[in-house]
Design a protein around this ligand. Structure first.
Ligand SMILES: [Zn+2]
Ligand SMILES: [Zn+2]
Length: 403
């Protein structure tokens, strides 16, 4: 199978791999295809099971808190609606999208594609639907929400006299989030594209281009038409990628200030109000002896966004300046950043999870702050920036100057 490497654009021939094999790009050293632990059947089982579990996860209570003879429960949809009702429209809207809507879409589409392949059907919509399910993969964040739920849970068991029970919805939620990770681990997109078919052998000497979505190699004369396999428009490179990424990074950089200066959450306890920014929140977790949580929130909320902006900025500069240095390292950093970026939503999700659980009138209540909205937007923009960037541009410049 001939493909164009998604990271550096080099045309390469991948032979049929045996078990436990990995195909690596000769130029940028990225993994192109892996067979170890990957199987379409296993991915279909995980994907279908997740899809079915999403129903109880969204309609049943996840946690129940009993304190001072009062009780409260946490239902995902109701929690989001409550935040919306209090005026946190962006925080609630984006959370509902990532935690409720997109997981349903992602696993619905993925299950349809894998089931069709399993039963040897090749309907014409297969490629386009698989493209959408891949595109949705980083945005369906049930696993991130699980980590956020753990943060909320440990904060609650820390409160004196509170009795916490994990309800049936909570058990389904843990199972669904673990299956989300397992479905990602068992799925090799290249194997699915191979099964969907439509490969062509590159002719010698003819200028070719690789589809920026499914890496199918097509003659350069097809540019601007639809890819015969995934139906995306064929482009040699993503349009104005470096400029878009730079613009998104600048917007994210501006949002870092309100995200860190304004409170993420405001807690009222027996008439006393405490405002927590990201940093004072981390400090509070350390003071309470919750060191692993403090480290987790510090890494996901402070280190990850900063590292992301710096790394993407470095790569955009590399394109603009035509730098040929450290290209393999930059490509590896980009891949790592694309993987890690989603976890920076842990802190705002923890607020979405925690706030509906703590509303006991004068005894204690929690509310979100402006910092949470700013942080959510910033983290959203850096994720979009990493999706819009095209690493091939760095390699193009290097190729051109290398003559
Ligand atoms: Zn490569
Ligand atoms: Zn394609």
């Amino acid at each position: 199978m001939t493909i164009a490497c998604p990271d550096c654009g080099t045309l390469e021939e991948i032979p049929r791999l045996l078990r436990r094999d990995t195909a690596v790009c000769i130029r940028c050293r990225s993994d192109l295809e892996k067979t170890n632990g990957r199987s379409i059947g296993a991915a279909l089982a995980c994907s279908l099971a997740t899809l079915l579990l999403l129903v109880p996860v969204n309609v049943l209570p996840l946690l129940r808190v009993d304190i001072f003879g009062m009780h409260s429960q946490n239902i995902t949809g109701a929690g989001v609606a409550q935040l919306w009702g209090r005026g946190w429209v962006w925080l609630a809207g984006l959370s509902a999208l990532f935690v409720i809507v997109l997981p349903f879409l992602r696993f619905g589409l993925l299950s349809a594609v894998l089931a069709a392949l399993r039963f040897n059907r090749r309907p014409s919509w297969l490629g386009a639907v698989f493209r959408w399910s891949l595109w949705l993969d980083p945005w369906a964040m049930l696993d991130v929400y699980l980590v956020a739920g753990c943060v909320g849970y440990f904060r609650l068991i820390h409160i004196d006299q509170a009795h916490i029970t994990i309800e049936l919805g909570g058990a389904c939620f843990i199972a669904a989030a673990l299956l989300t990770m397992l479905s990602r681990a068992t799925l090799d997109p290249r194997a699915v594209w191979r099964a969907i078919g439509g490969e062509t052998r590159a002719k010698r000497g003819e200028p070719m281009l690789g589809c920026t979505t499914c890496d199918l190699v097509q003659p350069l004369s097809c540019e601007g038409r639809r890819c015969p396999r995934c139906r995306a428009r064929l482009r040699t490179r993503k349009l104005d990628a470096a400029a878009w990424t730079a613009a998104l990074l600048i917007a994210a950089l501006l949002l870092i200030f309100p995200a860190n200066l304004y409170p993420m959450n405001i807690s009222n306890h027996l008439g006393q109000q405490a405002r927590y920014t990201i940093m004072t929140g981390v400090d509070d977790l350390f003071q309470a002896g919750l060191y692993p949580l403090g480290v987790l929130i510090f890494c996901t909320s402070i280190l990850t966004p900063a590292a992301k902006i710096l790394a993407l900025g470095w790569c955009v500069l590399s394109v603009w300046r035509g730098s040929r240095r450290h290209l393999v390292v930059k490509t590896k950093v980009l891949r790592f950043i694309a993987e890690m970026g989603r976890w920076s939503k842990t802190d705002p999700f923890a607020i979405v999870f925690f706030v509906p659980l703590v509303h006991f009138g004068a005894f204690g209540s929690e509310d979100a702050g402006w910092g949470a909205t700013a942080f959510m937007m910033m983290s959203f923009l850096t994720m979009v920036a990493s999706v819009t960037f095209d690493p091939r541009l760095m390699w193009d410049v290097a190729g051109a100057t290398a003559g």
